[in-house]
Design a binder for this molecule. Structure first.
Ligand code: SAM
Ligand code: SF4
Length: 328
């Protein structure tokens, strides 16, 4: 493999694969799904574990070294621990992480850690039990808080918390500030993105990272902080004497496309080189038609050369698939 295999046409080094392992979820977050949920694909349309491993091996062969499992909710898929184990045995992968809503994390963290999972990102949009229940349409925040503790106990670090910032909802920030004093967590406020045909995104629900930062400054001074491992596009700050940091991911007001290093594979086996592009390359069909590892490597490399330079979300563009169907 030559170094140039990893570069797209804009000379970005692509070494990070996000693999959605399911389009199903045990929550219904208001910014991600309608109340009735999203119609799931039929089981036969979803990548089998051996197909996920096949794609992962191809990606490793062309130089991908970091993999993140996501969904839907990855921890609702049976056998996830075994998948982690087999991915961790693929030569070339240095970092196998997972994005989860945390509901089943306390239960599974010891097994995931033993299987080779390196670290977790946990989504938590409010620490207030009632607000969390409303936001997720039924979730129990205490299970997520137990999941955060379990992640530390099992050394799945650095632990990052994803908070989707929404106007009117992300007003009560004191609990998040408190968490950075209790644990060495990295709280990341993510600007709400207009993803999915049913998205409730609008100028009325959107709040920029600068506005969140302004609210946070009422709790004290924020100093620039070092980025944790796998920091991606986030920029980090720290309150004096806090153990953890506060980060901001601002895809809307501050595009980071020039630094994008990732590709995605959806649970139904479509390769996406940009979260915000409708363009998808059908890997599942090719694999089921008998494509070899080398052929799939070629497909991925060709797709990389066509990775878009950037997205146009700030211009009111929206994409049809929701985050749970892409693998956010
Ligand atoms: N179910 C898992 C979870 O919630 O962490 C993994 C899948 S979820 C789609 C991945 C991430 O996307 C979560 O952190 C979620 O908050 C974020 N997300 C979903 N919809 C979003 C949106 N419209 N804008 C910004 N982030 C979003
Ligand atoms: Fe499920 Fe994650 Fe979407 Fe919430 S953000 S509905 S937990 S997939």
């Amino acid at each position: 493999m030559s170094e140039s295999d990893l570069l797209d046409s804009y000379k970005r080094k692509i070494d990070y694969l996000r693999l959605a392992v399911t389009d199903r979820c045990n929550l219904r977050c208001v910014y991600c799904m309608p109340p009735e949920g999203v119609k799931s694909k039929k089981p036969e349309e979803i990548l089998r574990y051996e197909e996920i491993e096949f794609i992962a091996r191809c990606a490793a062969k062309i130089g991908v070294s970091k993999v993140r499992l996501t969904g839907g909710e990855p921890l609702v898929r049976k056998g996830i621990v075994d998948l982690v184990k087999s991915l961790s045995e693929i030569p070339g992968f240095k970092d196998i992480s997972l994005t989860t809503n945390g509901i089943f994390l306390a239960e599974l963290a010891p097994y995931l850690s033993k299987a080779g999972l390196t670290r977790v990102n946990i989504s938590l949009d409010s620490v207030d039990p009632e607000a969390y229940k409303n936001l997720t349409r039924g979730g129990d925040v205490n299970l997520v808080l137990k999941g955060i503790k379990a992640a530390f106990d099992c050394n799945l670090i650095p632990v990052k918390i994803n908070v989707v910032a929404m106007k009117g909802i992300s007003d009560d920030l004191k609990h998040f500030v408190k968490l950075t004093y209790e644990y060495p967590v990295h709280i990341r406020f993510i600007e709400y993105m207009p993803v999915g045909a049913d998205s409730t995104w609008s100028k009325n629900t959107f709040i920029s990272y600068k506005e969140i930062m302004k609210k946070l400054l009422s709790f004290g001074k924020l100093d620039a902080a070092e980025s944790p491992v796998g920091a991606g596009p986030a920029v980090y700050y720290k309150f004096p004497k806090a153990l953890g940091t506060i980060g901001f991911i601002s895809p809307i007001t501050n595009h980071f496309c020039t630094k994008c290093n990732r590709i995605r594979v959806t649970a139904d086996g479509k390769l996406k080189t940009c979260l915000f592009s409708e363009r998808e390359i059908d890997l599942i069909k090719r694999i089921r038609e008998g494509a070899t590892e080398d052929e799939i490597c070629e497909v991925i490399k060709t797709a990389l050369r066509d990775k878009p330079e950037g997205h146009k979300l700030a211009e009111n563009k929206r994409i049809s698939r929701g985050m749970s169907q892409i693998g956010g």
